[in-house]
Design a protein around this ligand. Structure first.
Ligand SMILES: *Cc1c(COP(=O)(O)O)cnc(C)c1O
Length: 378
């Protein structure tokens, strides 16, 4: 192959994530026809292993969308919110805001319930918003990647269901790293993607849908084509995608999901993420002036947000990024828009450590050992 100017950095950002050498190699497996029996050899185990990882049974169906997490989320809005109905979008950060934007730009009647950055969804506020707006559909983020907060979606979805509304969950940065609680929550559709805690390249949106969602979609007009979960399910029933899939990614996904379910084991994978969250918490506790940003009790297992000491600026964090690049890492200087807002308000910015997917505790240990000295002193 011709030389490229590309650097082989280990990604400690919050997506896309580090891809294991074995999964890179799986990108060399043969291309195939997506309406051929070769397709079934990939997508039948992919869909079955996704259900195992999700902890769901026959009550749930899996859809693989070409696109990304946003594609699945937008399909949930287009397929499950009827014109004239109210959708309530619960937001604890930038990705909660994104779900709201998707509802607005698709012409839905959308209202938003927002919480302060770093805080989790509060049940009493959700219940009050449901009573006030009487929504037919409520969306909520499982793991807010801009702030490092994991919401209690079981409590949220139970309140949503009790009101008679459908719950749609954005599980993009959590799925594959922590229990998705899909069956336990009773959400109608749970969306995720390949390039975060599944440790694959980007390219597919993934959704789990219930019979309730299928019923509802039948009553919604103008669901579009690739955003129509009913059209998607027609193909998913044959272990196919509605539109031509990325064969390279399908091969990699088949290999990776087999590894997750049959080699590493789902429970071990989730335990590894919790152990890495605790490692980062201990690291931050040892950094004078630095502190954990996300609300205690709701801290994500897949990424950690760190509040920097007074006097440390976004510009300083961008300099840290270059120091870490020279050591072979891609460091995450925080969610851009959020840090801009913080600086305008005279507050300190935050940076993020992604510890999702196939990052191991020993890789993380080495990263933190280099990161400590690279961070500005308080
Ligand atoms: C990354 C992310 C998205 C967007 O997903 P894409 O796959 O980039 O479309 C949505 N929600 C959350 C919580 C995310 O982390």
């Amino acid at each position: 192959m011709k030389d490229t100017p590309f650097s082989d950095l280990t990604l400690f950002i919050t997506g896309p994530t580090y891809v294991r050498p074995q999964v890179r190699q799986a990108g060399m497996l043969p291309e195939f026809g997506h309406r051929d029996t070769e397709n079934t050899k990939r997508f039948e185990p992919i869909m079955n292993n996704l259900k195992t990882l999700a902890g769901v049974g026959d009550d749930h169906r899996v859809i693989i969308f070409n696109g990304s997490g946003s594609t699945a989320m937008e399909a949930s809005i287009r397929s499950l919110v009827a014109d004239g109905e109210t959708v309530l979008n619960v937001s604890v950060g930038a990705f909660g805001d994104l779900y709201h934007k998707m509802a607005v730009v698709n012409g839905k009647k959308a209202v938003q319930l927002k919480f302060e950055p770093g805080r989790a969804m509060e049940l009493s506020a959700l219940e009050a918003a449901i009573a006030e707006h009487r929504p037919a559909v409520v969306t909520i983020t499982h793991n807010e990647t801009s702030t490092g907060v994991t919401n209690d979606i079981v409590a949220a979805c139970q309140a949503i269901r009790k009101s008679g509304a459908l719950a749609l969950v954005d599980g993009v940065s959590l799925f594959g790293g922590a229990p998705a609680m899909i069956a336990e929550s009773g959400c109608a559709m749970y969306s995720t993607s390949t390039q975060k805690s599944l440790a694959l390249p980007a390219g597919f949106g993934i959704a789990f849908v219930t019979a309730e969602a299928v019923d509802k979609a039948g009553k919604v007009q103008n669901r579009g084509h690739s955003s129509d979960i009913l059209g998607q399910l027609g193909r998913a029933g044959k272990f196919q995608t509605l539109t031509t899939p990325n064969c390279t990614l399908a091969n990699q996904m088949c290999v990776e999901l087999d590894y997750i379910v049959n080699e590493e084991g789902v429970a071990n994978r989730f335990a590894r993420h919790v152990a890495m969250r605790d490692m980062v918490a201990e690291f931050v506790a040892g950094l004078p002036g630095y502190s954990l940003f996300a609300q205690e009790g709701f801290r994500s297992a897949t990424l950690t947000t760190v509040l920097v000491p007074t006097g440390v600026s976004v510009k300083d964090l961008k300099a840290v990024k270059e120091v870490m690049r020279a050591k072979g890492y891609l460091y995450d200087p925080g969610y851009g828009k959020l840090n801009e807002q913080f600086e305008k308000e005279g507050r300190q910015p935050i940076f993020r450590i992604g510890h999702m997917g196939d990052i191991t505790p020993s890789m993380l240990k080495a990263y933190l050992k280099d990161l400590g000295p690279a961070l500005p002193k308080a």
